[in-house]
Write a new protein. Structure first.
Length: 126
């Protein structure tokens, strides 16, 4: 229904994370901000901002690959989508193909840094 990738640098928008972009696209396509029948699949564990947005959008389930030791808000550092104080909680399943996802992310960002260092375009997911 929706897809996205991080475009913070290109858009100069600190909220332009993959999850936020996917939520926006799904809401537009469904004609509703309530995404309670939707699941999210991401390579990296969502950050606090994205985890909060997923709760606000009423996403049903979150599936992620690699845990994020710096920003992980779906179990690694915080559990925002499972916080009982919210009026909605999301089911979470993390660590799916974690090693493969971590490797893919490392390779992606290495290629991106090399391209930028050479004055080229930033690599994008394909």
């Amino acid at each position: 229904i929706g897809e996205g990738y991080n475009r913070r640098e290109e858009t100069l928008d600190p909220t332009s994370h993959a999850e936020i972009r996917a939520i926006r696209q799904a809401a537009e396509r469904l004609g509703s901000w309530r995404l309670d029948d939707c699941d999210l699949y991401v390579t990296l564990e969502p950050c606090p901002m994205c985890a909060g947005a997923l709760v606000m959008a009423k996403i049903r389930r979150i599936f992620f690959g690699a845990p994020d030791p710096r920003w992980g808000a779906c179990g690694t550092l915080y559990e925002i989508p499972r916080d009982a104080r919210w009026n909605h909680s999301c089911k979470i399943r993390g660590g799916i193909l974690a090693e493969d996802c971590a490797k893919m992310l490392r390779e992606f960002f290495q290629a991106r840094r090399r391209a930028v260092a050479k004055g080229g375009e930033m690599a994008e997911w394909s």
